[in-house]
Design a protein around this ligand. Sequence first.
Ligand SMILES: *[C@@H]1O[C@H](CO)[C@@H](O)[C@H](O)[C@H]1NC(C)=O
Ligand SMILES: *[C@@H]1O[C@H](CO)[C@@H](O)[C@H](O)[C@H]1NC(C)=O
Ligand SMILES: *[C@@H]1O[C@H](CO)[C@@H](O)[C@H](O)[C@H]1NC(C)=O
Ligand SMILES: *[C@@H]1O[C@H](CO)[C@@H](O)[C@H](O)[C@H]1NC(C)=O
Ligand SMILES: *[C@@H]1O[C@H](CO)[C@@H](O)[C@H](O)[C@H]1NC(C)=O
Ligand SMILES: *[C@@H]1O[C@H](CO)[C@@H](O)[C@H](O)[C@H]1NC(C)=O
Length: 502
Amino acid sequence: MTGKTRISPVVRVAIVLMAVMVVSVSGHDYGDALNKSILFFEGQRSGKLPPSQRMTWRKDSGLRDGAEIGVDLVGGYYDAGDNVKFNFPMAWSTTMLAWSVIEFGEQMGPDFQHAVNATRWATDYFLKATSVPGRVYAQVGEPYGDHNCWERPEDMDTARTPYAVTTQSPGSEVSAEMAAAMAAASLVFWGVDGSYAAKLLSRAQTVFQFADKHRGSYNDSLGSAVCPFYCDFSGYEDELIWGAAWLFKATKAPYYWKYVMENSPNLDYYKLKTINSLPNGGNFAEFGWDSKHAGINVLASQIVMKGHNLTGDFVLNADKFVCSVLPESPTKSVSYSPGGLLFKPGGSNLQHATALSFLLIVYARYLSNANRVVQCGNVKATPDRLIQVARGQVDYILGSNPLNMSYMVGYGEKFPQRIHHRGSSLPSLDQHRQHIGCKDGTPYFESSDPNPNQLTGAIVGGPDFEDRYNNSRADFVHTEPTTYINAPLVGVLAFLKGQPNP
Ligand SMILES: *[C@@H]1O[C@H](CO)[C@@H](O)[C@H](O)[C@H]1NC(C)=O
Ligand SMILES: *[C@@H]1O[C@H](CO)[C@@H](O)[C@H](O)[C@H]1NC(C)=O
Ligand SMILES: *[C@@H]1O[C@H](CO)[C@@H](O)[C@H](O)[C@H]1NC(C)=O
Ligand SMILES: *[C@@H]1O[C@H](CO)[C@@H](O)[C@H](O)[C@H]1NC(C)=O
Ligand SMILES: *[C@@H]1O[C@H](CO)[C@@H](O)[C@H](O)[C@H]1NC(C)=O
Ligand SMILES: *[C@@H]1O[C@H](CO)[C@@H](O)[C@H](O)[C@H]1NC(C)=O
């Protein structure tokens, strides 16, 4: 846990005034949204559901995952609206859930235990996926077969092929991200279940060593099973450094900090420039399931600022990240829709709004603790300003937008009704016991009826650049929820819920 933020009385008055302003304008119930954002993960569960399951239209599924090769790979999360377990993005979502609890768990109230359980649902599965030394299971489910069908997870009869990376055919990004997730989660569990925390931390270190000593991309080792679905565009170096940074935070072992310091200069900060095709773009501006750069800089900045040693490029690059986001910054590289939503290239745009908002809020706290502001050219960005920008994104997502529409299922009066999600759009086993085969789901997919099962808390890809939204199930770019859209928002909502009320 980080220390308490030191806030001067003047700033405190300003925060309260801002809160009054924002609440009277938007009036969002961040606590309700937090509750729902975590509930969503229950809808994505694979495996044997526990008696505490609240999203009861979902049932047990994937109970034989791994059985064909004699390995228990039951559990984990379905990634999005399909039924594949893509461990690379799943691991990042888990790291973000854990980081949310580490930073903001104290503000979660009764949702703390739910957030811890949501983290554990993934880490229990990662412990299984990494139980054999020198081998990491990177995915379960043959993606082409899965995507060809519109089936409930409970009915799945497509190939549940397990894919592994090994010392011979490595996958440093997927392995190092799992190490990061387990290291971060160990920090969540010390106060909850110490022996579990120790187990996660020990496994994280073993898996990190495997990722580092046997370097390579799962792109090359697993080919078309993982790419074009979750290609590792940004290389695996960022996951190795990110994994080491989390291991340093979790162990305090100098070895990991040395690793971070020695390897960070090798990160090619301008490699992504051509993808962004924006003059101020660069890896320092990227954060998501693929690129960890801005997250590394923010995380390492905390460590550096705590030590009052501003050497290294972490603070510089974290500042540059902030300047790439703020609307008034002269070096902004993101775009904003007329309604104020942040946009970056690629699909599922809300993933950027949630992930970048998380970093803004976390960095604002670190800056406050260090009594710093960010300077973007001649524009000064205070911690409060960073928080205000993040809050603006959250308010947009929750309904303060030109359509007056919430992009979180089940929150507010108007929200997405026909999300691109197999389980949500097909009748529950409670209503329809009989098996619904691969193509038998097509009429449900094509129906213009609202989805019968509410995937409460799911945040979809979101509106287009003109703030429009079509509510069309086929339009997966805009109407599909994913675990990596939701995970960072869990922390952001806990923070906003904990802000002073007028
Ligand atoms: C979450 O919301 C549900 C439904 O409104 C409510 O029953 C439950 O008490 C809430 N849980 C928490 C932890 O706030
Ligand atoms: C968390 O998980 C444990 C173990 O499955 C369960 O006993 C408990 O009820 C869960 N807590 C909540 C709040 O769901
Ligand atoms: C993975 O594949 C994508 C798509 O072909 C490519 O752009 C990327 O550079 C590859 N990444 C690595 C680390 O080889
Ligand atoms: C600051 O960090 C750098 C890089 O790790 C190190 O070389 C230097 O000795 C540190 N300075 C202080 C004052 O600790
Ligand atoms: C959204 O709400 C505002 C304020 O209540 C109203 O003026 C506007 O017409 C609404 N827009 C739509 C598209 O419903
Ligand atoms: C909605 O449909 C219109 C017309 O087909 C299209 O131009 C627009 O891009 C779509 N918007 C979204 C968010 O899908």
